[in-house]
Design a protein around this ligand. Sequence first.
Ligand code: ADP
Ligand code: MG
Length: 242
Amino acid sequence: MAALTLEALTVKFGGLTAVNGLDLQIRDGELRCLLGPNGAGKSTTLDLICGKTAPTSGRIILGNQDITNLPEFKRARAGVGRKFQTPSVFKDLTVIENLEVGRSSEPGLLSTLRVFRSPVRGRMREVLELVGLEDAIHTRAENLSHGQTQWLEIAMLLMQDCRVILMDEPTAGMTVQETRQTAELFRTLRGDHTMIVVEHDMTFVRDIAETVTVMDMGGLLAEGSIAEVEANPAVREAYLAD
Ligand code: ADP
Ligand code: MG
């Protein structure tokens, strides 16, 4: 089943068509990489999916729910999780406290109380192990490395049980070692989580993705396996400088 479907999605900013009739279908459990030159419309596409930007036309369907006209917070509730390029963790709080705050930002006292119940605690530990922060549970976020901060944000998203997770250049600014660890994390998440990852680092993309989508000038330029896409002359021309 498709976790997410975009149908002829278009957004115009004045005279500029940033996303132009984009069709996209993401399977449940798929990790899809979104590639393309600067200004191709990748970040805007994520903005459209999470509701930060309203489309001019077209449809966005999550599972079988049309979310095109839902405001951003309702899409988050419906299961769209977005990781932005600038980290949004609470620097004064510890790693585990950040996860707790992330949980309790759900409406209602009950969900706040739920945080302190052991199944949620157990899940937090599980998620922190997954992202490799199990030894930093009580570290204040301001003392984490850049890579660790990114992983904490990913952990916060994983705690929300999103239907689809959107990430914009998650490895930007990471060391080679951190990038490698992130690739390993994504390979572990693949299958259990549905993710769209905008990424420039082709080594990283080759490491994690099964299917890639290449955008250019707001539209779909190519879609397929890494090998297919890298051999595509139009892609080489627009993006992969020889
Ligand atoms: P990418 O992430 O692929 O580099 P973007 O999605 O950020 O590209 O941008 C696509 C195009 O839309 C660019 O030409 C950019 O300048 C333009 N754009 C993005 N957001 C806005 C906005 N809010 N208002 C006007 N133009 C925008
Ligand atoms: Mg961008």
